[in-house]
Design a protein around this ligand. Structure first.
Ligand code: SF4
Length: 256
């Protein structure tokens, strides 16, 4: 059996999504926020060699991993010691895409296509975007970073194409809520248009993507009034033509 393992590079974040409790607290784990140090990362990875189960590794839990000052070095090291997948079988990255320059994009594509590891090791980069317009981005993400994020994600997709790489796949995520639900279609058309222009096959999903494809993922908001959030999510997904039926809740049983 495989286990999902989150090694949190940092519990800090550079934006304040209104649907994220991390952004509403001064601390995330009952102690001051901090970045993981090099020795902890190195030793944690070394410890994976003793695991009986296959490890699916994610360098993220509550914070934004790419703001770790040594993010690139940490990721490159992890892959450099994983020849033959001796430490982890799979890897995935979740990011808001705010700090994501060309050099980082190239590094990640190189890591995903190392010949010394299984081709499906680096499964995807999940970009939490959640808006199409600047105004909605500011409202939902608590930052004036919409254009920067769009530039960064678009550059990553183009760099991957230029490098002739299929992996890592991209998940472009949108948490449906008041303030952005009216622009779900614009979001979908923008990203699907770009991906198709790059010759990529595109999938749409109303739950966690389970296909090895670039995916536009429309996600329900987790909130106090879950019934209303689920209804809004289901309605948006039906309007986009990615869900059918009349139920108010579209999540699979094991999803959250
Ligand atoms: S980018 Fe992620 S960690 Fe940061 S506030 Fe948004 S959801 Fe939370």
């Amino acid at each position: 059996m495989a286990i999902n393992l989150n090694l949190e590079l940092t519990d800090r974040c550079n934006i304040k999504c209104r649907m994220c409790s991390q952004s509403m607290r001064d601390e995330a784990h009952g102690v001051p926020m901090r970045h993981m140090d090099w020795d902890t990362w190195r030793r944690a990875l070394a410890g994976l060699a003793d695991m009986d189960d296959a490890v699916h590794l994610c360098p993220h839990w509550l914070g934004e991993p790419t703001i770790h000052p040594d993010f690139d070095r940490f990721v490159e090291y992890a892959f450099s010691v994983n020849a033959g997948n001796r430490l982890f079988a799979e890897f995935k990255l979740h990011t808001n895409g705010v700090v994501f320059n060309e050099e980082r994009a190239r590094l990640l594509v190189r890591m995903a296509n190392r010949p010394d590891q299984s081709a499906d090791t680096f499964r995807f980069v999940h970009f939490s975007i959640d808006a199409y317009s600047e105004a909605a981005y500011r409202l939902v993400k608590g930052a004036d970073k919409r254009d920067q994020v769009y530039r960064n994600v678009e550059r990553f997709l183009r760099v991957r194409q230029e490098m002739g790489a299929v992996r890592p796949h991209a998940t472009l995520a949108f948490v449906v809520q008041d303030g952005n639900h009216t622009e779900a279609r614009a979001f979908s058309e923008h990203w699907a248009g770009l991906l198709k222009a790059l010759g990529r096959q595109v999938a749409w999903s109303w739950d966690w993507p389970d296909q090895a494809l670039d995916t536009l993922y429309f996600r329900p908001l987790n909130t106090g009034d879950q019934g209303a959030a689920d209804r809004m999510h289901a309605e948006v997904c039906r309007e986009l033509g990615i869900a059918v039926g009349s139920g108010d809740r579209l999540r699979r049983a094991e999803s959250f």
